[in-house]
Design a protein around this ligand. Sequence first.
Ligand SMILES: *Cc1c(COP(=O)(O)O)cnc(C)c1O
Length: 423
Amino acid sequence: MNYKFTKDFAIQTDASDALNSYRDKFVFPEHLGEKALYFTGNSLGLMPKKVKEYLNEELEDWGKFGVEGHFESRRPWYSYHENFTKMMAEVVGAKENEVVLMNGLTTNLHLMMISFYQPTSSRYKILCEKKAFPSDQYMLETQIKHHGLDIADTLIEVGPREGEETIREEDILEAIENNKDELALVFMGGVNYYTGQLFDMKSITECAHKYEITVGFDLAHGAGNVLLNLHDWKVDFACWCTYKYLNSGPGSVSGVYIHESHTSNTELNRFGGWWGHDKETRFLMEPGFNPMPTAEGWQLSNAPIFSMTPLLASLELFSQAGIKALHHKGQLLSGYLEFMVDEINIDLTEKLEIITPREKSKRGCQISIVAHGRGKELFDKLTEKGVIADWRQPNVIRMAPVPLYNSFEDIYNFGVILKDSLK
Ligand SMILES: *Cc1c(COP(=O)(O)O)cnc(C)c1O
C-alpha cells in the first residue's frame, strides 16, 4: 500500500475497506464526545454492542427457567461451551475436538503443565523466552518447584543478543539443539507481549519434535491477531485469554488447544473434574474418572455462562469477517502506523524507535515504540488528547491497531497528535 500522511488518504482507504463497517459494532470509550483513539485491544478488547443483548437473554432465561435453564434455555447451559468450539477452532487453526474454553489463562497453563511436563532425571529442562510475561514466569517457576527441581538448572531462557531487542529464531533453534537430550518442554509466547515479535511456531515445533520434546505456546497475544495453524504445525498444546484481541470482556474465559494425538490418551497425567467426564454418564455420579476423548476432557467445572456470553458476540464477528481478512487489514493498519512514525522521525533529532520487527511476517498488528529521551510526559500528553495506548516504564508505548474496530483515520489522527506532542 502506498501510504500518505494525509487525512484524505486515510478517509479514502477506510471508504474502500470492506471491514470498515465492523467498527460500528463496538462501543468506544469517548473523549470530548468523540470516539477515543483506542489502541489497547492487545490489553482489553472493546465491547461488541451485541453483548448486552446476549447477556440479557441469559439473565432472562435464568429468571424464567431457574435450574431448568441447563437444558431448557435458548442456549442450554449444559452444553454451553460447545457454542464456541467451531468459531474458536477456526481462529486458531485447530480441529473442533482440539479446543475448549474454560477457566483463566494462567490456571489453564498450570493444568497443561500437569499433563505435558513430566520431568525425568535425565529429561527435565524447559526452554522459554527471556522476559516472558510475568504470569508465565511465575507459572514456570512454581511448576519447577512443585517437581522439587532447581530453577537455575531447569529453566533455559533465550533472549535477544547484546544490543538487540528481538530474539533471533536461529538462537532458539540452536538452544533446542544444544539441549536436545535434557529438554522436556519448549514453552513460550507465540507473540511476545512486549515487542510484538511473532515466532515461527511451525519451525520451533518441528525442531523440538525431532527430539521428542513437547511444545506449548501461550497465545495471549496471538489468538485473534495472527494466522495460526496449530493442528497442522503439530503444536502439542496452547492456551490464550479471550479478553485481549478476542473482546470477551475483563477476566473472561481462556481458550485451550490440545493436539488430537493427545486428547484421547487417558494415560496422560491430568487433574480431573466432573465437566471433563464422559457427557453421557456424567450424571450417574459414579466413581472412576472417564474423560471425554477431546480437549473437553480437561474441563473441571461447569461453564461460567455470564463470563462466556460476551465471547459469543465477538466470535460471531470473527466468523463473519474471517480471520484471514482481519489479519490482512491488521497488517495494513500496523504498516500505516509504522509509516507514520517513520515520517515523524524525519524532523526529529532524537528519533522514535520501533522495536517490533520490521518484517510483516514477524509480527501481528502491535507496534512497540521506544520514545527515547522522553518520559511519561509524552504519554500523558497523548492521553490528554484522547489517545488510549499502553505505557511501559521507562519509555515504551505499545499500540495495537485492531482490524475489527480501528480505522486508517484513527491512525492518521494519532499521527497528528503524536507529531504535535513531540514539538
Ligand atoms: C495477558 C497475558 C496473561 C494474563 O494471564 P491471566 O491468567 O489471563 O490473568 C498471561 N500471559 C500472557 C503472555 C499474557 O499476555
